[in-house]
Design a protein around this ligand. Structure first.
Ligand code: HDD
Length: 693
């Protein structure tokens, strides 16, 4: 057996039945599902070579039957995702706060994470402007804990009742079936503009958080307030955070659009490649802990999932780390069949009364039944706990865990043979008193009614570059909305968030006249201080580790410079990909051949974090005539990337219409490589051109 992550063995040659490989050596015999060895897998059983197929061909019938039933329903949201295995290691900081075994000092718990986009279908492109799912299954010694979060700490709606409407509006429109994996259409913005509680989340989704460079460079959030419960039953409110060790990074919108064409699998490939290369992504698990007293004095309701608690107000305490160090062996078996449920908690972790969370606790179990076809989806290996499971639930489709003996109920009189029993150490819901005067109502609390203050706080916490991106994204999305009244309604909301933002968007849409501000249930608070932690660019990574430079090379590339660049990147923990006119590669100045990772039009610069142009004079002249080579440098410049270059590259820049600036770094001798890599740590040269706005 090859190790699980080894490349697949070569496929059997030949399709016509003459050259197919026979069993023998290390190749096992092909069998039917019944284990019957198959002598001929090329031809159906026929009445004569040109006659009709015969019904008795059980191998053919079984093969087609199985193929016809390969698909299961895709997830109604988060259909497109990618998973990996890893572990969580606790540093013990929560020992006194939660009795969960997963938080014991040094406890190492296996995990499975599935990242996803929300709106697009299973085959959509990775770089959609969208929220990213960040769902983690912890296989703890006391059962599975699912932390089903997103890469944004707030949500569009406050009550699960609105979830189907929200999802319907965001996904493709029901008559046309498009656009898909995009909110840039009338239905989405109609719903948003009629739902003021979504305004905070809209700021996040229009920000660069919605177009991450990689799953590895994203934060994650549990969103809701949960409770941690200690051994005495005392509970503490908690919000969960994942912080990527490699820091945060996003792409720019024009880049996202092009990545979707160049490599729609960009995010999944990135994770797959990184783990394969031994660059295991790592996140710190952080918590914001607070008590009832804080909850009472906080400006917003801690049960409202459209609000966050600024980290400056309640700092994030690191309680452990998660490393993703193993690819899946089989996408369907693991990534597709994994079933996350928010109600999967363990002793020491409990829910709050957040109405969105309460609704989710119903929805996830329900959806798995539909998706996975029966109540025994917990028997599928990826969903099965790694601790003992014992109860009296039985039978059902595809039951794999079937207890022996006569006891299938309790109480019973069968003593030691009577099966499992309740234990005092089990999960107990925290006794939270209901208000004595509580009546059955369908009513939003008044404390949920400020929809603009935190949207404003998010916006004013961004750098000017990030604010520009938010305005540009709004203009882009609303330009795709055909109903002018919806555009206007959005601008009237923006006026409650920030007058400057509303002005930019109105001008960008050429919306005349500018509407009045939307009447608000509560006036926007102007006094909330900016929270720098909400900005990506105010929290840059410490190094270029985990990133990738694409070097456009030609024959005659300076052997010393190329070797030095590779060495400097390796020392930084970064990667180098060679892009050449032909995939066979190039011969350097010392006569050594370097195979290319990409042919020039298969490896556009949007796939890299920074680029280098290392060419000979003849090579530069030849590249200058190639449109994809000109695009390579023009896009790198337009996307504010750092560009390392040899002097000979000048004709290419000239033909591409790219003026040089301080973001272009000369790489004429080997000594310059390390300096270039240090420069790349800043990730983008935002001072270039339009970004200065
Ligand atoms: Fe949800 C999937 C995250 C609100 C109903 N959700 C799903 C996944 C993630 C989230 C990451 C994909 C899990 C996977 O990879 O398999 N959802 C969230 C977050 C929310 C949220 C962070 C708000 C804070 N979701 C939410 C609500 C409802 C749902 C309010 C319904 C009342 N979500 C579902 C679902 C899905 C799902 C329909 C589809 C596939 C699945 O569950 O397994 O049940």
């Amino acid at each position: 057996m090859p190790p699980p992550n080894d490349p697949a063995p070569p496929r059997n040659p030949g399709a016509g039945g003459e050259t197919h490989q026979q069993a023998g050596g290390t190749v096992p015999p092909l069998t039917t599902q019944q284990g019957v060895p198959v002598a001929d897998d090329q031809n159906t059983l026929r009445a004569g070579p040109r006659g009709p197929a015969l019904l008795e061909d059980f191998h053919f019938r079984e093969k087609l039957f199985h193929f016809d039933h390969e698909r299961i329903p895709e997830r109604v949201v988060h259909a497109r995702g990618f998973g990996a295995h890893g572990f969580f290691e606790s540093n013990g900081e929560l020992e006194g706060v939660s009795r969960a075994a997963v938080f014991k000092k040094g406890a190492k718990t296996p995990t499975f994470v599935r990242f996803s986009t929300v709106a697009g279908n299973k085959g959509s492109a990775d770089l959609a402007r969208d929220v990213r799912g960040f769902a983690t299954k912890f296989y703890t010694t006391e059962g599975n804990w699912d932390l089903v979060g997103n890469n944004m700490p707030v949500f569009f709606i406050q009550d699960a009742m609105k979830f189907p409407d929200m999802v319907h509006a965001f996904k493709d429109e029901p008559d046309s079936g498009f656009p898909q994996a995009a909110t840039a259409h009338d239905n989405a913005w109609d719903f948003i503009s009629l739902t003021p509680e979504s305004m905070h989340m809209v700021m996040w989704v229009m920000s660069d958080r919605a177009i991450p460079r990689s799953f590895r460079f994203m934060e994650g959030f549990g969103v809701h307030t949960f409770r941690l419960v200690d051994a005495q039953g005392k509970s503490t409110f908690v919000k969960f955070h994942w912080k990527p060790k490699l820091g945060m990074q996003s792409v720019v919108w024009n880049e996202a659009v092009k990545i979707n064409g160049a490599d729609p699998d960009f995010h999944r490939r990135d994770l797959w490649d990184a783990i394969g290369a031994g660059q295991f992504p790592e996140w710190e698990l952080g918590v914001q802990l607070f008590d009832d007293a804080f909850a009472r004095k906080f400006e917003f309701d801690i049960l409202d999932p459209t609000k966050l608690i600024p980290e400056e107000q309640v700092p994030v305490k690191v309680v452990g780390r998660m490393v993703l160090d193993r690819r899946v062996d089989n996408f369907f078996a693991e990534t597709e069949q994994v079933a996350f449920c928010t109600q999967n908690v363990v002793p020491g972790i409990d829910f709050s009364d957040d109405p969105l969370l309460q609704g989710r606790n119903f929805s996830y179990l329900d959806t798995q039944l539909k998706r996975l076809g029966g109540p025994n989806f917990t028997h599928i290996p990826i969903n099965a706990p790694k601790c003992p499971v014992m109860n009296f639930q039985q039978d059902g489709h595809m039951a794999m865990r079937n207890p022996k003996g006569r006891a299938n109920y309790e109480p019973n009189s069968w003593g030691d043979q009577g099966g499992p029993r309740e234990t005092p150490a089990g999960f107990k819901t925290v006794p939270v008193p209901f208000p004595a005067d509580a009546a059955k109502v369908r009513q939003r609390p008044e404390t949920f009614s400020d929809h603009y203050s935190q949207a404003r706080q998010f916006y004013v916490s961004q750098t000017p570059v990030e604010q520009t991106h938010i305005a540009d994204a709004l203009v882009f999305e609303l330009s795709k909305v055909q109903t002018v009244a919806i555009r206007a309604r959005m601008v009237s909301h923006l006026l409650n968030i920030d007058a400057g933002l509303a002005d930019k968007v109105a001008k960008g849409l050429r919306l005349e006249p500018v509407p009045a501000a939307m009447p608000a249930a509560k006036p926007t608070r102007q006094d909330l201080p900016p929270s720098p932690k909400l900005s990506i660019l105010k929290n840059p990574p410490a190094s270029f580790a985990g990133r990738k430079v694409g070097a456009l090379v030609t024959d005659g590339v300076d052997a010393g410079v190329l070797a030095a660049l590779r060495k400097a990147l390796e020392a930084e923990g970064a990667m180098l990909a060679l892009v050449a006119p032909q995939v066979g590669g190039v011969t350097d100045s010392a006569g050594t051949r370097h195979p290319a990772d990409e042919k020039i039009d298969g490896g556009p610069s949007v796939l890299f974090d920074a680029v280098a142009v290392l060419v000979s004079p003849a090579g530069a002249e030849a590249l200058a005539k190639l449109p994809p080579a000109r695009d390579f440098v023009a896009d790198a410049a337009a996307h504010y990337k750092f560009v390392g270059y040899s002097a000979a590259a000048a004709p290419l820049f000239e033909k591409a219409g790219v003026p040089l600036d301080e973001g272009f770094v000369r790489l004429d001798d080997a000594g310059a490589a390390a300096g270039f890599v240090t420069t790349c740590r800043k990730l983008r040269f935002w001072d270039r051109g339009a970004a200065k706005k």
